[in-house]
Design a protein around this ligand. Structure first.
Ligand SMILES: Cc1cc2nc3c(=O)[nH]c(=O)nc-3n(C[C@H](O)[C@H](O)[C@H](O)COP(=O)(O)OP(=O)(O)OC[C@H]3O[C@@H](n4cnc5c(N)ncnc54)[C@H](O)[C@@H]3O)c2cc1C
Length: 471
């Protein structure tokens, strides 16, 4: 695996910034600034560079990658953010291929039973039918078709979610429904709704619009095994950063974007407490909308302003636990676990060398439970997670070591896990794909895959193509 980008290298890449910042005739209008060096900003800058367009990429934190953050600790490699690469996520695979980065199954042991615990009842191992289901639901559950029972009829109505302008106005009636309201309107029992929203979804199900969920189910094949980049997902963000030919600067936080009457944007940038300004004819804001809310925005259309202000980001806390052995395998279990609150979702990660007996379980929890977990001290959190695992596994669980925790909603530069487009917010998804004067929005929120690396890369590439087409 390649060495991480050093601060010195990043500063070298940004050499020439001072010159670029000097006003030159016509230079401002031609200048392209990309804000945020997550996957969206990096791919956007790279695609522009590949077509010979110079770009200044500004990143507020001291590292690139954003919600992709790999941690190496005690011989183990774990992810604090994005982990799974789905088989159909072609943009992630294409960039990994471009840089020659190998993929490996997220869960190389993939065998054994997945556990589900709902309202205290462990529903998977003995094949028992969960209580409260209607006879039709019970049959569908036994056949593994509960999701299909309720969502399949909807799929035919969705149209092509990759078409710009999706969701079209003829989906407005559906757009007004949350996932829970849609399921209830189709006659789903409370028990079926609980089962269908088990795991990470349970923390934000009340806010989630049915269209966002149905699009995800339609686009993403969750049944094929997910992969992970060998050595950690930051191999991709580092490779993208290294491939840039324009400038990349870390520690440069954009504080204000002011769209002026002449259509040129004036940015205020803070570097180590010092403010300076820069003008650009094209600005790509590749930061989560929750972080964009912290930038002073002047001269934007009221619609874009509303879209930024009204999009909720899910609270999420992700923790990595290591165990002296992969104890779940001995019990015939896969280590994958989905519960209703508060543990929600647990899965094994591939980050231990194959010869190493240690096992890693990752927990991600969303919504109110994530807020509470994120607010705990480390010792309290470790004990809490252990107790929850004992309850969920229904028996003793070896004492884990809490390797790391990241509560993304507490990070002011990110503001949460991913956007939740709620009932009636189809217009926001349409609007985010259009520029507002010189300002373009990129990121998973401006793509058909909110909450996925695929979406960030797709939107970065797409914005770059459109900027090039308009030049
Ligand atoms: C816990 C968690 C688990 C996830 N799991 C998966 C998964 O398994 N698979 C998957 O595909 N995806 C997953 N995702 C989603 C995935 O990480 C994101 O969709 C993707 O990384 C978003 O990339 P981005 O470039 O749009 O935004 P980000 O990665 O958020 O990048 C935005 C960048 O902008 C910077 N920034 C913010 N404000 C400013 C400013 N004022 N000035 C300059 N820079 C600024 C930030 O520091 C950041 O670097 C997960 C996310 C989380 C949080």
């Amino acid at each position: 695996m390649s060495a991480p980008l050093s601060r010195r290298r990043l500063l070298q890449q940004s050499a020439g910034l001072a010159l670029a910042g000097c006003p030159r005739s016509g230079a401002s209008a031609r200048r392209v600034v990309v804000i945020g060096a997550g996957l969206a900003g990096l791919s956007c800058a790279l695609e522009l560079n590949r077509k010979g367009r110079g770009v200044q990429l500004l990143e507020a934190s001291e590292r690139v990658g954003g919600r992709v953050q790999t941690q190496r600790i005690g011989g183990l490699v774990v992810e604090l953010g994005a982990t799974r690469i789905l088989a159909g996520h072609d943009r992630v695979h294409a960039y990994a291929d471009l840089f020659g980065i190998e993929r490996t199954p997220v869960d190389p042991d993939r065998a054994g039973i997945d556990l589900a615990v709902v309202q205290g009842q462990r529903v998977a191992p003995d094949g028992a039918i969960p209580g409260g289901l209607t006879p039709g639901e019970a049959l569908a559950w036994q056949q593994g078709r509960l999701l299909e029972l309720y969502l399949l009829p909807l799929m035919a109505q969705l149209g092509d979610p990759l078409r710009p302008g999706w969701p079209p106005p003829d989906l407005d009636a559906l757009d007004r429904l949350s996932l829970a309201a849609y399921l209830a309107s189709r006659g789903a029992s409370e028990a079926a709704i609980a089962l269908l929203t088990l795991g990470g979804l349970s923390g934000w199900v009340d806010r989630l619009g049915i269209l966002q969920h149905a699009r995800h189910v339609g686009l993403d094949d969750l049944s094929s095994p997910a992969t992970w980049l060998v050595g950690g997902n930051d191999a991709l963000t580092e490779a993208l950063a290294r491939a840039l030919t324009g400038s990349l600067e870390v520690g440069a936080a954009v504080r204000e974007i002011r769209v002026q009457r002449n259509g040129i944007a004036r940015l205020s940038i803070e570097r180590r407490g010092l403010l300076s300004t820069l003008e650009a004819g094209v600005v790509v804001a590749a930061v989560p909308l929750a972080a964009l809310r912290r930038i002073r925005l002047v001269g934007l259309s009221s619609q874009v302003r509303r879209a930024i202000d009204e999009t909720h980001y899910v609270e999420i806390t992700q923790s990595n636990l290591s165990f002296s052995s992969r104890f779940w395998i001995e019990r015939g279990l896969s280590g994958r676990l989905r519960t209703d609150r508060p543990l929600q979702e647990v899965w094994p990660q591939a980050g231990a060398p194959r010869a190493d007996p240690r096992g890693i379980l990752t927990n991600s929890t969303t919504g109110q439970a994530a807020i509470e977990l994120g607010a705990m001290g480390e010792a309290e959190r470790g004990t809490f997670l252990h107790e929850q695992l004992v309850m969920a596994f229904g028996g003793p669980v070896p004492e884990p070591t809490l390797l790391s925790t990241r509560a993304w909603h507490l990070d002011a530069l990110i503001g949460g896990g991913w956007p939740v487009f709620g009932p009636g917010q189809g217009w926001i998804q349409r609007r985010l794909q259009q520029p507002d004067g010189p300002l373009w929005l990129a990121g998973d929120h401006a793509s058909p895959w909110p909450g996925w690396m695929q979406g960030a890369l797709y939107s970065g590439e797409r914005v770059a193509q459109r900027i090039l087409a308009e030049a």
